[in-house]
Ligand binder design. Sequence first.
Ligand code: FES
Ligand code: FE
Length: 435
Amino acid sequence: AMLEDFQASLEQGISKIGVLNDEEIHQAELERVFGRNWNFLAHESEIPNKNDYVLRSIGDDTFIVNRGSDGEIRVLLDVCPHRGASICRAAKGSSSHFQCPYHGWTFKNNGDLVGTPSFKDAYSGLDRKEWGLTQAPRVEIFHGFVFATLDENCPDLKESLAGMGWYLDMIFSLQDEGMEVLGEPQRFIIKANWKIAAENFSGDDYHLMTLHKSTYDIGVMQIPLRENMKGYHIQAGNGHGISFSIDLESKDPLFFYYPEEIVKTFNLENLSEKQLELARGSRVCVGNIFPNISFLMLPLSPDPKNVPPTPLFTWRVWQPKGKDEIEVWNWFMMYKNTSEEFKRASYRAAMASFGIAGTFELDDAIPWETITRNAKGTFAKKNMKLNLQMGMEGMGTAKQVMEWPFPGIAYYPRYEEGNQRHLYRHYLKEMLSEE
Ligand code: FES
Ligand code: FE
């Protein structure tokens, strides 16, 4: 009923705080949102060699993502088909086989059951072929990013990404070699509902001037705040939202402020004419892929007067751990074909801003947690409506860009919450669908 109310009020730009901390809604999301969409699990560069694996999750299920002895990437449910124990006990490693610690059933890393202790006495009639590990129904790899869906009938990844696929293509094909993960993904808990984080990355630039003011004050931001707000919000379809700070008129190519020696390594022939136009004019981009995958490309200058800006790229999953908690999975990445020195510089810039103790990350966690706490208040839950009206007819200066040359529906400037409304419109459609 709360979701139906929300659906009715969304077109007036009104949301309900109660949906941000509710057990019933959380359970339905596991089925309808995380169970039916594409989920990001790992990047190929984390499992470069045969037998490498990492342990990841979709919703509240745990999966082994591995590169088999045959080189193929698989996503195996980490549940032993004998009595249900977990078979994988490390967050990452390399192994041709997995042995269950309970009774010792042993599986090849393609999922086949190959060992059952005391087979003759215990299980002589068992058809082992029937009792391998369960695999995620579908796996797709996009520029090295491994996605899986638990729904056999989900549209292909490309189709699900809709317009967002075009923007991600632009980012990931700048270099032939693509991107790689720097170091290990960081993991940390925020006592917040995942939708708050997804909303934030899909188009909340409005919080920069208050919450992140100190980061501007110390001067690490390459682009002055007022300039940065001159940019676009794009509703990229299927609930995906992306936001750009762009200067399409700039005489010098910007390419997110990558230094010249890196721009030289870009293979611009990989890009369509339109993608090239956008990449040339791009300074910052930040987005959220429905439901819970966010990313950000941002140039930071430790000292803008003396040190040229260093772009960082963060890719993160807001893994729901319950109605009021997320585990943040945070990968820092960089184009593979760049110097070790540059990768280190990018990693340092990333750690200082979007690492666990980074200036941005610490700032954001605080209101996200208070929102989540407030959403549980008995009175607030029943009565509170929240304002999501920025950029609507008569609210502020944002206008739809009628001749937007790239995919999706764009608004200018970034004082606008259409991306968030787009996210919730899609979310409500999935949550309230009949089947
Ligand atoms: Fe795995 Fe028995 S539960 S072998
Ligand atoms: Fe923030």
